[in-house]
Ligand binder design. Structure first.
Ligand code: GTP
Ligand code: MG
Length: 203
């Protein structure tokens, strides 16, 4: 799929404030600093559409981007960021939970996982929660430019091994780098395929 246009629509603090749910929508979630905003920029090939930062906790709202005039990409705040006050972390939790369980045009949730770390309980717990809520998701391993090819293969195999302890059928996964663009085409192809079957998708 070719990206012809990508524009920021709005930032929302809750699902009610979000733009009308009248187009296919795809959201990016994961721990703070995993690379959600960077990957969104990589997908649409714009440097600064979504704001990124070396400091965790950059994205704090639900950010909508309109792509090609007919589908939405959503950049969400990270989960599990310990350095914000307790109350703020709870608000993050509610905002995210409310959005992912209540947004009716959400066609798929992309759960981003840092490929440089061992499987983290917080990510596994989060995916468990998604499974229990029957929310469709796929996994996206990020920052693979930091790994050599052999390490990449090993990481994916180990992650799948851990997942298979809880999951009968493993979710689809993508191996990506916002830096090199690896995996971006595959994600766009995946989105395109879902769009083409969606009643909300108007050409
Ligand atoms: P929050 O908004 O704070 O939750 O973070 P985020 O998940 O949106 O992460 P963001 O895209 O802001 O990136 C965090 C840091 O990781 C930045 O310093 C990025 O430059 C770096 N980063 C993101 N993607 C990649 C990647 O593919 N490769 C490498 N090497 N660094 C990356
Ligand atoms: Mg961000």
């Amino acid at each position: 799929m070719k990206i012809i246009s990508a524009e920021f629509v709005k930032s929302s603090t809750n699902t009610e404030q979000c733009p009308p749910a009248d187009r296919p929508e795809y959201a990016f979630i994961g721990r703070s600093n995993v690379g959600k905003s960077s990957l969104i920029n990589g997908l649409v090939n714009r440097k600064n559409l979504a704001q990124t930062s070396q400091t965790p906790g950059k994205t704090q709202l639900i950010n909508h981007y309109l792509i090609n005039g007919n589908w939405n990409l959503v950049d969400l705040p990270g989960y599990g960021y310990a350095k914000v006050s307790k109350t703020k972390r709870v608000v993050f939790g509610d905002m995210i939970q409310d959005y992912i369980t209540g947004r009716e045009n959400l066609h798929a949730l992309f759960v981003l996982i840092d490929s440089r770390l061992e499987p983290q309980a917080i990510d596994l717990d989060f995916m468990q929660f998604l499974g229990e809520q029957s929310i469709p998701f796929v996994m996206v391993f990020t920052k693979v430019d930091k790994l050599k090819n052999a390490q990449k293969t090993k990481f994916v195999a180990e992650y799948q091994e851990v997942m298979s302890q809880e999951w009968e059928e493993l979710p689809e996964f993508f191996v990506t780098s916002a830096t090199t663009g690896e995996g971006c085409e595959e994600i766009l192809r995946y989105i395109h395929q879902i769009n083409s079957h969606s009643v909300l998708f108007k050409k």
